[in-house]
Design a protein around this ligand. Structure first.
Ligand SMILES: Nc1nc2c(ncn2[C@@H]2O[C@H](COP(=O)(O)OP(=O)(O)OP(=O)(O)O)[C@@H](O)[C@H]2O)c(=O)[nH]1
Length: 302
């Protein structure tokens, strides 16, 4: 048996449907899907198996015009995911067409080192008529030499199987990168992290620090049937820690309670949830690393 494995980066403007598509491909809720733009802050990965191929999805933060320093770091992180991937899928919204943001992404793609397969997936085809779709397909293919074009509806599941099959065939031959038993575990850890992140979002609203990520560091099944879950909330600055902890630790306590209750209900058993807040400032370092590689993220150039 020849196995294949590799990384697939989904890139596109905020709201293009990257999280929805990732979830559909992986078959588990790994990213929060909302109407709000720019919800995906972390490069969340999901793993799917298709025949003998292991598909590892890198769900990038939205690529958009950076205005502030922090936004630039996020754009850099998104391109970072793409630059490391074996296959890139550019997701475009059918009803919005070739926006200024899309043009900038196409310019960015043209600058990437050669050798990567880049496919186009026109999403939300449920929102347009066929002639519009055909015009858009032609327009985009005139602008960039895509390896293949897919017309999909991530939400309704249309065209998604075709895309997954194609991706499975395009990945390089090689051993699977995640052992099978870890894949089973991975979505659960992500789901648990996303639940806590969701509670943070609900509780903190506008105050929510931009570069916040949640990771499940440890998951222990206890003999009494309960689960002990340890998570770390990473923030970029020391000052953000206080926001999350709240006065006398009230905020984190409320978040922990809400997340624990949901997890417990989801898993159908008792959960002991331990949250820690740590500072990790590598978003900005990442931006600098990619600018060293020749990708320019200074104002107006992304
Ligand atoms: N009509 C329609 N809506 C879709 C489709 N796919 C996604 N959506 C909706 O588009 C919105 C954005 O989807 P997300 O998956 O959150 O988009 P995203 O690209 O991950 O967004 P960011 O995390 O902000 O980068 C959600 O309201 C989805 O329900 C589709 O095929 N058709």
């Amino acid at each position: 048996m020849t196995t294949r494995a590799g990384f697939i980066a989904l890139i596109g403007e905020p709201n293009a449907g990257k999280s929805t598509l990732t979830n559909r491909m992986v078959g588990a809720k790994v990213s929060i899907v909302t109407h709000k733009v720019q919800t995906t802050r972390a490069r969340i990965r999901g793993v799917a198996l298709e025949g003998d191929s292991q598909l590892i999805f890198v769900d990038t933060p939205g690529l958009f015009q950076p205005k502030r320093r922090l936004d630039r770091a996020m754009v850099a992180a998104a391109w970072g995911g793409a630059a490391d991937a074996d296959v890139i899928v550019l997701l475009i919204e059918a009803h919005r067409g070739v926006t200024e943001g899309v043009k900038r992404i196409l310019d960015g793609l043209a600058e990437l080192p050669q050798g990567r397969k880049i496919a186009l997936a026109i999403n939300k085809i449920d929102r347009v008529e066929v002639p519009t779709l055909l015009d858009l397909t032609k327009d985009l293919n005139d602008r960039f030499a895509f390896a293949k074009t897919f017309m999909i509806s991530a939400e309704k599941g249309r065209g998604v199987d075709d895309l997954r099959h194609w991706l499975a065939d395009e990945l390089p031959e090689g051993p699977w990168l995640y052992p099978e038993d870890q894949i089973a575990d991975l979505p659960m850890r992500m789901i648990a992290a996303e639940m806590t992140r969701e509670k943070l979002t609900l509780r903190l609203h506008q105050e929510l620090p931009y570069q916040l990520t949640v990771e499940t560091e440890n998951w222990e099944e206890r003999p009494d049937g309960s689960a002990r879950i340890d998570q770390v909330i990473y923030v970029a600055r020391d000052g953000h820690k206080g926001i999350i902890l709240g006065r006398k630790g009230e905020t984190i306590k409320a978040i922990s309670k809400a997340s624990r209750e949901e997890l417990s209900e989801f898993l159908g058993r008792k959960v002991h949830l331990f949250l820690q807040v740590k500072v990790r400032s590598n978003w900005l370092e990442e931006a600098e690393r990619y600018s060293e590689m020749g990708l320019d993220f200074t104002d107006g150039n992304a």
